[in-house]
Write a protein that binds this ligand. Structure first.
Ligand code: PRP
Length: 216
């Protein structure tokens, strides 16, 4: 390996996404043993041999690290990419972490979505909610930002509907809510810093090609 070669840095969204990404990278011969130690509080890991660095960040911070070039490559959910709206190239759908962004609520709220009524929408994803209601549905709504357990919104009377991630639908069912409209499908994506994409084109393109072949 070239002594002069600089490190390619990966920012991975902490949790299941990071584990699945590392498994996939391992399948194409990219290893990082130390990152797998679940008890470790260490945040950054180096693979000297392949000149790679990995760090674990909060999902919403991954596009930030990539936009500023603190990471060349990031892996994060499409929901986060849309919500953070950072300048990065989205280069690959990794196929795992599949779910849907939906408008949900009690069945009775369905008609509130039909007539451009002024309704209240609670979401962890205010940008996605705003884009959907204002630009796609042309419905003026009041968007209320929450940080989790968004399903509470319609139950306790905070909002009429929610915009949230639906995977199995069991959280909705358990709370008497349902999918009213689907906004978009989601999954884990690979993003790349715009300068790195030019400066490290060969290494990054090779990596994308290998991942594509593996995923096919
Ligand atoms: C997510 C999402 C839903 C749930 C969907 O929440 O916001 O609440 O998972 O999954 P399901 O369709 O399989 O039930 P998460 O568990 O990440 O926690 P949060 O509510 O605190 O965001």
């Amino acid at each position: 390996m070239n002594e002069e070669m600089r490190y390619l840095t990966f920012a991975l969204g902490k949790g299941r996404l990071a584990s699945q990404t590392l498994e996939l990278l391992e399948e194409i011969g990219i290893k990082c043993e130390e990152v797998k130690d679940k008890d470790s509080r260490k945040l950054i890991f180096v693979n000297e041999e392949q000149k790679l660095r990995f760090f674990l960040a909060k999902g919403p911070d991954v596009p930030t690290y990539v936009e500023y070039g603190a990471a060349d490559i990031g892996v994060v959910g499409k929901d986060t990419i849309l919500e953070e709206d950072r300048r990065c190239f989205e280069v690959l759908d990794l196929g795992f972490g599949k779910c849907r962004m939906c408008v949900c609520g009690p069945a009775s709220a369905k008609e509130l979505l039909q007539h451009h009524e002024m309704i209240r929408v609670a979401s962890k994803y205010p940008r996605i909610a705003k884009d959907y209601f204002y630009n796609k549905k042309h419905q003026t709504v009041d968007i209320i930002k929450l940080n989790g357990s968004v399903e509470l919104g319609p139950i306790v009377g905070l909002s009429d509907v929610i915009v949230d991630i639906v995977e199995t639908g069991s959280t909705l069912r358990a709370n008497g809510l349902e999918v009213l409209e689907e906004i978009c499908p989601l999954s884990a994506r690979m993003i790349v810093n715009q300068v790195s994409m030019r400066m490290e084109a060969d290494r990054i393109k090779k990596l994308i090609a290998e991942l594509k072949e593996r995923l096919a």
